[in-house]
Design a binder for this molecule. Structure first.
Ligand SMILES: O=C(O)CCC(=O)C(=O)O
Length: 211
């Protein structure tokens, strides 16, 4: 994959069966399954929540100004972050990068009782891109922040473990899956998207937060 200026070019991947349709999400959250990780932490997973996710991936790759964040602490070292990111915030005054992202944002806001006024886009170009174990820094400002993640493209494991260690749980997220972390998840648990040896293509996470 080449990164030219702020734009991504020449990304090829195997599309999923229904991924190339016009994007549409399940406003009824019919497939959502909630799991309590402990007394104060929950996650919710809706497999295939967004159909047409390959089309959305294409559209976002073509339009978003992805950047590599510099000087991020990972694995106890200061490194360039091994993934690319882009951001959108309500306060910018510009519309969401795609009209359907506004509909998704408002549907998530209604279901989870959060304004979700910020969207972060993370691009894992191949199996070498990753994010290390962390809890969202946002937890220092907000108690029990809810983070909703819509995954586009090739599935990658997202793992969760109790802060400080312990056995981990794993969800394979891509192709329009919705995954929501709530309760004390950012305080008491950590999550990671680890490097993998084999992937069938890029994955993008579209992450909704309330800042
Ligand atoms: O890409 C993902 O699914 C997780 C994103 C994440 O952990 C983060 O940006 O803090």
């Amino acid at each position: 994959m080449a990164v030219t200026g702020a734009r991504i070019e020449h990304v090829f991947w195997q599309t999923s069966l229904f991924g190339g349709l016009a994007p549409q999400f399940d406003a009824g959250f019919d497939a959502a399954q909630r799991v309590d990780l402990d007394a104060t932490t929950w996650v919710e997973h809706a497999a295939g929540w967004l159909s047409g996710s390959d089309q959305m991936l294409d559209d976002l790759l073509a339009s978003l100004p992805f950047r590599q964040r510099r000087g991020v602490r990972m694995y106890d070292q200061i490194l360039d972050e091994p993934r690319l990111s882009a951001w959108w915030r309500v306060e910018s005054g510009v519309p969401e990068p795609l009209p359907i992202l506004r509909d998704i944002r408002l549907a998530l806001a209604e279901r989870y009782g959060e304004p979700f006024d910020s969207i972060g886009f993370n691009l894992y170009r191949d199996g070498n891109d990753s994010v290390a174990w962390h809890g969202d820094r946002h937890r220092h400002v907000v108690t029990n922040p809810v983070i909703a993640i819509v995954s586009l493209g090739a599935p990658r494991p997202l793992r969760l473990r109790p802060r400080g260690g312990g056995s981990s749980l794993s969800w394979n997220l891509g192709n329009g899956d919705l995954f929501v972390m709530g309760g004390a998840c950012q305080h008491d648990w950590e999550h990671t998207v680890p490097k993998v040896r084999v992937t069938t293509g890029p994955r993008m996470s579209v992450t909704f937060r309330s800042v």
